[in-house]
Design a protein around this ligand. Structure first.
Ligand SMILES: [Fe+2]
Ligand SMILES: [Fe+2]
Length: 308
C-alpha cells in the first residue's frame, strides 16, 4: 500500500467472500436467463408457470432476490451522483494491473481460500478462452481486467448492492426488462416527476455514453481505465456494459442509442459468453500464463502504475 493512501477494508457487515457468493449466484441466474433452452419454469415459491413467460418467472434464489430488492431501492440518481463525486474526490490506491489482480484475489479469497474459483482464475479463464478462439489482444486483455472494479468493495462501498449485480440507467424510468424489476417500487425515483418518465433527464438517441449507469464494479473500472489505458472504445464498452443485461440481452433502452452504440453492442455480445461460460473447475496455472499477460498489460497500460 502506498503511504498516505487509505488501507482497503470491506464494509463491516459483509466479507469479500460474501460478495463473491452473491456475485456467483447472480452469474448463475444470468447463465439460466441467457440459455436458449431454459429449463426452469417455476417462481421462487415453486409455482409452475408457462414456459412462454420464462423470463418473468425464472427462479432466483431468495438471497439474489433480497440483493436486488436492496439494490433497486437504493440505486437512485442522488446516490449515483454522490458516488461519482466520491470517485473523483480522491485516489484510493496506486498500483499496476497485475498487482490489482493479486490484490483482488487476496481480499476476496483470504477468508475462505478453498471454495469456488478465485478471482484471478476467473479473469485468466476469460482471457484464455478468447485467446484460444483467436480473439484480438485488446479483447484478451479486456477479459483479463473486466472484473477488477470489484476492488471498489474495499474502497468505501456501502455494501454489495453498489458493487455487483446487473446494471441499469438512473434518472429515467426503470425498464420492466431489468431482472426482478418489480422491486423498484421502493425506489423514490419512481415517484419523481422527471426521473420516472421514459426519457427522464435524457434526450432520444443521446448515446449510452451520456447515461448515468447504476454505480458498481463495471462503472468504477470504466472510469479508472478510460484515461489510463490505450484500450479501444469497444474494450471500454465491454468493461462498462458487461453487466448491463437489460440492454445487451433483453433489448431495452434502444431509444437512447446512437450509431456508435450499435457497434459497441456487438462487442459486448461477443464478450458475454466468455464471461459467463469460461468458468471451469480446472484452474489455469497462474505462473505459467503470467509472462504472456504481463506483456499484454504493458502494451495496453503504458502508464504501468494506475490511480484507482
Ligand atoms: Fe463483472
Ligand atoms: Fe466476470
Amino acid at each position: 500500500m502506498t503511504p498516505g493512501l487509505t488501507p482497503p477494508t470491506a464494509p463491516l457487515h459483509s466479507s469479500g467472500r460474501d460478495l463473491e457468493d452473491i456475485s456467483d449466484q447472480i452469474d448463475a441466474v444470468n447463465v439460466l436467463l441467457s440459455s436458449p433452452t431454459p429449463t426452469a419454469t417455476t417462481t421462487a415459491a415453486g409455482d409452475p408457470k408457462p414456459k412462454a413467460n420464462f423470463r418473468q418467472y425464472v427462479t432466483a434464489p431468495a438471497q439474489v432476490q433480497d440483493f436486488y430488492k436492496e439494490q433497486h431501492e437504493k440505486q437512485t440518481l442522488k446516490f449515483n451522483l454522490a458516488a461519482r463525486n466520491a470517485f473523483h474526490s480522491k485516489v484510493r490506491a496506486r498500483m499496476g494491473i497485475w498487482e490489482a489482480m493479486e490484490k483482488l484475489n487476496t481480499l476476496i479469497d483470504e477468508s475462505d481460500p478453498d471454495t469456488s474459483l478465485s478471482q484471478i482464475h476467473h479473469l485468466l479463464q476469460t482471457a484464455e478462452a478468447m485467446r484460444r478462439d483467436g480473439k484480438p489482444k485488446w479483447m484478451q486483455v479486456t477479459g483479463l481486467v473486466h472484473d477488477l472494479g470489484k476492488l471498489l468493495f474495499f474502497f468505501g462501498a456501502q455494501g454489495q448492492w453498489d458493487v455487483v449485480g446487473d446494471t441499469f440507467p438512473v434518472g429515467c424510468a426503470f425498464d420492466p426488462r431489468i431482472i426482478l424489476a418489480e422491486s423498484f417500487s421502493g425506489n423514490p425515483d419512481t415517484k419523481h416527476p422527471v426521473y420516472s418518465t421514459e426519457m427522464g433527464i435524457y434526450t432520444p438517441h443521446c448515446g449510452l455514453d451520456n447515461l448515468l449507469l447504476s454505480w458498481g464494479h463495471d462503472e468504477y473500472l470504466y472510469h479508472v481505465v478510460k484515461d489510463q489505458s490505450s484500450l479501444p472504445e469497444e474494450a471500454l464498452a465491454i468493461i462498462r456494459y458487461h453487466s448491463f443485461y437489460p440492454w445487451h440481452r433483453e433489448g431495452a433502452y434502444r431509444n437512447f442509442m446512437n450509431e456508435k452504440d450499435w457497434r459497441m453492442l456487438e462487442a459486448v455480445k461477443e464478450f458475454n459468453p466468455y464471461d459467463l461460460y469460461s468458468k471451469s473447475d480446472a484452474p489455469p496455472v497462474v505462473e505459467e500464463l503470467k509472462p504472456y499477460y504481463i506483456e499484454l498489460i504493458d502494451e495496453f497500460f503504458p502508464k504501468k502504475i494506475l490511480d484507482w
